[in-house]
Every structure is written in C-alpha cells, then in structure tokens.
Write a protein that binds this ligand. Sequence first.
Ligand code: ADP
Ligand SMILES: Cc1ncc(COP(=O)(O)OP(=O)(O)O)c(N)n1
Length: 269
Amino acid sequence: MSIKKALTIAGSDSGGGAGIQADLKTFQELGIFGMSALTAITAQNTLGVQAVYPMGPEAVIKQMESIGEDIGADALKTGMLFNAEIIQVVSEKIKDYNWKKVVVDPVMIAKGGASLLQQEAISALKQYLLPISMVVTPNIPEAEVLTGLSITTMDDKQEAAKRLLDLGVQNVVIKGGHDEDTNESVDLLYDGAEFYYFNSKRILTKNTHGTGCTFSAAITAEMAKGSSIYDAVTTAKSFIQAAIEEELTIGAGHGPTNHWAFNRKRGRS
Ligand SMILES: Nc1ncnc2c1ncn2[C@@H]1O[C@H](COP(=O)(O)OP(=O)(O)O)[C@@H](O)[C@H]1O
Ligand SMILES: Cc1ncc(COP(=O)(O)OP(=O)(O)O)c(N)n1
C-alpha cells in the first residue's frame, strides 16, 4: 500500500476544534498519514482564545527538518504562523526540501477576535510564502487585508483573487463563510484562467469553529493523493458541509465541526 503523507505547520488549539488538531483529524478521515510542525500553543476553547505562546523559530525549523530529512511530505498546509520570523523560516525550509504542494490558510483572527498573526507579519506572508505556494485559502476579511480591497460583491471577490494571484500563488480560493446575509456559502476558485464557484446551502449554526482549518486541510489531503486543485476543492467542500451539518454539541460557545460526518454520510465509518 502506498501511504500518502501530509504535514500541517500550524498552531495548537487545546480545545481541539481548529489548528493542528482539526488538520490531523481531517487528514486521518481522508486516509492520509498526518504530521505536524507546531508554531504556537494556544490555550483555547469554544468561548475564545485565552492565551498564545509562540514557538521560537529554531523549534519550527527543527520540526520541519525532522520530517524533511526522513519521512517527506506529499503535500503540506500552513495555518497559524503568528509572526514574521516564523513565516520566514517556514518559507526557507519549504524551499530547502523543494516542497511544491503547499496550501496556505492565511489565518489572522480567531472567531472570538483574538489575533493569531501579528500585523507586521502580513508583508512577510506576501513576500516570502505566497510566491512559493500552490493554493491560498483566505476568508473574506483575510482577502481584504491581503489585497487592500473591500469585498462585498462577486466582482470584488474576482478582483481580489486576481490580485492575490499577482503575488505569485498559483491558485486562490476565497471562502464564502463570512457572507452571512446570503443563504448560500459560495467559495470561489481562481487558477489564473477560469473562475469556479462552489456553492452550498448556508447552515444556520454557531458551531463553526475551525471551518477554515478543516477546509484547507481537506484540500491538502486530496492534493497529497494527487487530485487536481478543482477536485481537491470539490471534496473539501463536501467534507466541510457534512462537518458543519452534523452538529456536535461541545462547549458553551462556538463548537467545533464534526470530522466524522463526511465518512459517516458515505457509509464509511
Ligand atoms: N454556515 C455555513 N454553512 C455552510 N458552509 C459554511 C458555513 N460557514 C462556513 N462555511 C464553509 O466553510 C469553509 C470555511 O469558510 P470560512 O468560514 O469563510 O473560513 P474561516 O473559518 O477561515 O473564517 C468554506 O468552505 C465555507 O463555504
Ligand atoms: C491554533 C488556531 N489556528 C487557527 C485558528 C483559526 O481557525 P479557523 O478555522 O479560521 O476558525 P475560527 O477560529 O475562525 O473559528 C484558531 N482558532 N486556532
């Protein structure tokens, strides 16, 4: 059996809903061997982020080297990177190991408002990481910060996707979760030639903690298997839809998504 492997370079969410915990659960459900390089520890639950403890850049380098020197990765994703130093060393190591299937979830702010990326790190993300990435998956506020545009219409989303592509990334997925006044959640994929729309019914729930992490991890898992970007986004959209639809009741705030739901729906659990 050929085992496909994926790496997540991200922060830990002690509550298990987002960050590396969400990524590894998603990799596992999609049949991928998951590995991690931790960038920060957060004390976090469904009510919010209580504390953030970033790792030193050396610790991030060492974790990536342990994987690069021995196991390798068929695809990787980044999540919470927190500061410019971490972004720089992560970008260097990606280049050292010639990792090409790189998905960047440009995590900036958690649902409760806590900052997961320092303001001054945004230019490092644009300068070092996006030019060596295959896919970037911003939500609408993140796309606004990265492009300087205000995004309210589909035309705005298309313009933002074009500007992000100009930064050197090969594919852009602008997620629609924050378009809360519509009854659909529409994600836009742009590959530099065509725009593709992934529509789903908007589910009315407060339990959406970790949706972005789970969605980008599912794209990464499918890319590790060799799927096209379009097919990877298609599967990720079904995965996240099932994960939001089949609610878990955990904690008093924004609960996590349900990583078992996708396989359960397909009769595979
Ligand atoms: N209420 C919802 N109903 C259906 N899909 C949703 C909902 N909220 C988010 N999604 C989907 O979850 C994924 C993550 O989107 P989003 O919430 O915008 O990201 P983030 O967690 O980074 O803010 C996207 O595929 C989006 O369409
Ligand atoms: C450690 C950590 N990483 C990322 C996030 C953000 O996750 P996201 O999927 O964007 O979900 P919300 O936080 O917006 O619910 C996080 N919270 N913690």
